[in-house]
Design a protein around this ligand. Sequence first.
Ligand code: PLP
Ligand code: COI
Length: 341
Amino acid sequence: MQNIEWSTLPFGYLPTNYNVRCYYRNGKWGEIEVSSETTINIHMAATCLHYGQEAFEGLKAFRGEDGKVRIFRLEENAKRLQSSCDGIMMPQFPIEKFEEAMKKCVQLNADFIPPYGSGASLYLRPLIIGTGIRVGVSPADEYLFLVFATPVGPYFKGGFQANPYVITRKYDRAAPLGTGTYKVGGNYAASMRPHMEACQGGKYACEFYLDAKEKCYIDEAGAANFFAIKDNTYITPLSTSILPSITNKSLMFLAEKMGMKVERRPIHVDELATFEEAGACGTAAVISPISRIDDLENNKSYVFGDGKPGPQSEKLYNKLRGIQCGTEPDEYGWITMVEGC
Ligand code: PLP
Ligand code: COI
């Protein structure tokens, strides 16, 4: 076990021991390889550098109270990576290889898995890049898959603590029929200026985008989906330009199991005024409760609750965390156990 101040870890990069790689050449993926190099050597005409042929994922491994190590919803991340690959003309990475790579990466970096109760976890960041040479715009013929691990704390300030968010009307992140449903680097490049301008150096935790066509429905935040609660109903946007969040999918399922109604539909900005609770959700964000959303251009401010996380959000958070850390049973097959850690 490393000598790290686990409970104050930020969401950032800390060097670990190994990463895991796999190369696509001559029309097929090779064997999983282990590397201790933290750099990659690629051709200057690689498609990832010029035309953004890059997709990534984010998933977490948790050490439980029982000392065992669990990865949450690995197969869902593997499938979403395949969908992102389809979206930008990269070869799909096989699900079995994805599982092998994630397990190996966790095992090899077991010293860096934060202890149970620290609030931190081991974040896995798989990615695929086009490494083949192209100058005209077309897909590469060679690719690199890589996954590294790094221990992380909360993405938004304070973790499960309510923070203010802001609506950005000046920019769109993704077009209705664009790449918003894929986890590709270009979407995040597109969010950097809006984030910097809207969040005003940390005044707001994150920016919310509206649908690009009508500019009146909530899409999502730069790094998380949106959900709200009213009248015992879990409500989350239906949109063709947002990432299908695996955390949100899990929360919709759990909300229903916990006796709530679930609605996935367009959410008009005006409806924000009617919500009892609101939150941002994602692997990095987990559930990050929202205290307030400011719509500065319209001079409006929507306040949720009394500045503390709401009761339904807290119930969902505890259930999700419980499954991830093994204090709640894995009734739905969401957990992959990692042996030998
Ligand atoms: N939306 C965006 C833009 C994200 O970057 C993320 C993070 O992965 C999410 C939503 C949440 O998705 P997930 O719950 O699968 O991590
Ligand atoms: C995640 O939640 O895993 C993300 O990828 C969000 C952000 C760090 C890009």
